[in-house]
Design a protein around this ligand. Structure first.
Ligand SMILES: Cc1cc2nc3c(=O)[nH]c(=O)nc-3n(C[C@H](O)[C@H](O)[C@H](O)COP(=O)(O)OP(=O)(O)OC[C@H]3O[C@@H](n4cnc5c(N)ncnc54)[C@H](O)[C@@H]3O)c2cc1C
Length: 408
């Protein structure tokens, strides 16, 4: 087990500086353009692929960093550059993690490379769980997967929504109901290979922020995939369903005293994205406050401005500490007895929303225009309190974990 440390080692510092350079030189200068265009920034993804940032190797290296700091450090730097473009770069990683976490070695080896493509022909992947009537309430999911034993195929029907890269992905990972009696325990994940008939893109959403990231509905109309596309395989699924049925027969699940490990492990990564956006806005505000003069002195000489900056920086540092702690816990298999992963996401996302708003205030009229990046950062920051579980759901998870009542 790696000791918890707040100091990056030399190798991590090198990676951080390299990522920061890419974020500053390639991502940030392209941010305003792709925000206006509201399109996937393929040339930037391609650039990231060329230098090795958009690749499974890079992602896996950070994911398996024993200190737990690899992913949060990478997310913070890329999202410091720009949230919409960074999400276009890391969105595939979210789908890849779904396969890494639940897939067999063969599935990992077959599908993850197809999610990324290569530097000359980049591809993206999508993770599709949310539905129009099943957002926070995942258990009310309706998309169905039915096994056709004669053909060893799964048949999927339903509508997914809010899918990052949905419809433009080479590989889609889709969560569907295999046993409606079991609520969220009756769900399973499927790979939908490139070009599969019956999968189509529905509405593409025009969004408030992260506009460079493609978000769309995904319609599944009698989508047939081979049995081998069930993540983890049929045997494992049957065993899991049998255990869930047995538990249901015994009168429901026993009270847990630790939050669900999978979500707790993935949420700090979103917290780190929020820290990146918050830090970016804070830096712009600090720079502006020390150079903009009113009443014959820099505006930072006014306590009303200086104290805001002090609070902004304090919250950002506190958010990063919560994110790093939770990431370290996840990598080292520590039980999340106080839902520390949810805590980090809650605090960091609320911090990003607040800090980016404060940055607009410090820049005055300029902050409100698209001549300066903080209004975009403020629009972008709003997503962090919504996706991967809203702030209300994080509070619910934290509270239920503390109280020792089951989290559904
Ligand atoms: C840009 C974007 C990208 C996304 N990317 C993906 C993706 O790639 N894949 C994917 O599967 N999903 C994705 N999502 C979906 C996202 O995870 C959901 O939007 C989110 O889980 C909230 O669900 P909902 O929008 O249906 O809101 P709802 O669940 O309808 O919630 C509406 C409001 O009610 C509150 N609320 C609901 N239940 C409770 C409760 N019990 N107690 C207190 N308050 C409650 C919520 O906090 C929220 O404020 C994305 C969403 C967006 C906007």
């Amino acid at each position: 087990m790696a000791e918890f440390t707040m100091e990056l080692n030399d190798e991590q510092k090198e990676v951080r500086d390299w990522l920061h350079g890419f974020a500053a030189d390639v991502i940030r200068p392209a941010a305003a353009e792709w925000d206006e265009r509201e399109e996937t920034p393929w040339p930037v993804i391609q650039e990231a692929a060329k230098v090795g940032i958009y690749s499974l190797d890079f992602y896996a290296q950070q994911y398996f960093d024993p200190t737990g700091l690899g992913i949060p450090m990478a997310m913070e730097e890329l999202f410091w550059g720009d949230a919409g473009i960074a999400l276009s770069i890391v969105g595939t990683g979210l789908a890849a993690v779904g396969v890494l976490a639940n897939g067999t070695e063969e599935q990992i080896g077959t599908w993850i490379p197809q999610m990324y493509g290569d530097a000359n022909d980049v591809k993206v992947a999508a993770f599709c769980s949310s539905e129009p009537d099943a957002g926070s309430d995942v258990a009310s999911m309706r998309a169905r997967a039915v096994y056709d034993e004669a053909k060893d195929e799964w048949v999927l029907n339903g509508t997914k929504t809010w899918a990052t890269n949905g419809g433009i992905a080479n590989v889609h990972v889709v969560v569907a109901v295999v046993d409606p009696e079991l609520g969220s325990k009756g769900h399973a994940s499927f790979i939908i290979p490139p070009g599969t008939e019956g999968l189509s893109q529905g509405q593409k959403f025009k969004k408030h922020g992260i506009r460079a990231s493609h978000t769309a509905e995904v319609v599944l109309d009698n989508v047939r995939v081979p049995g081998s596309c069930l993540l983890g395989g049929k045997e494992k699924l049957d065993e899991r369903l049998a255990r869930a049925r047995e538990k249901a027969r015994q009168g429901g699940e026993r009270v847990k005293n630790a939050a669900m490990a999978t979500f707790e492990a993935s949420r700090p990564a979103v917290g780190a994205m929020a820290v990146g956006t918050a830090r970016a806005a804070y830096e712009v505000a600090l720079d502006y406050a020390t150079t903009r003069e009113q009443f014959g002195r820099p505006i930072v000489d006014n306590q009303g401005v200086a104290f805001q900056l002090a609070d902004m920086r304090t919250s950002i540092d506190a958010a990063r500490l919560l994110v790093w702690r939770a990431s370290w816990m996840a990598v080292n298999g520590k039980p999340f007895t106080a839902a520390e992963g949810s805590m980090s996401k809650l605090f960091a996302s609320e911090t990003a929303k607040k800090v980016t708003g404060q940055a607009i205030q410090i820049l005055g009229g300029n902050g409100y225009t698209r001549e300066y990046p903080v209004e975009r950062m403020h629009r972008d920051a709003a997503i962090y309190t919504i996706f991967e579980g809203t702030s209300e759901i994080q509070r619910l998870v934290i509270a239920r974990t503390l109280a020792g009542v089951p989290i559904r």
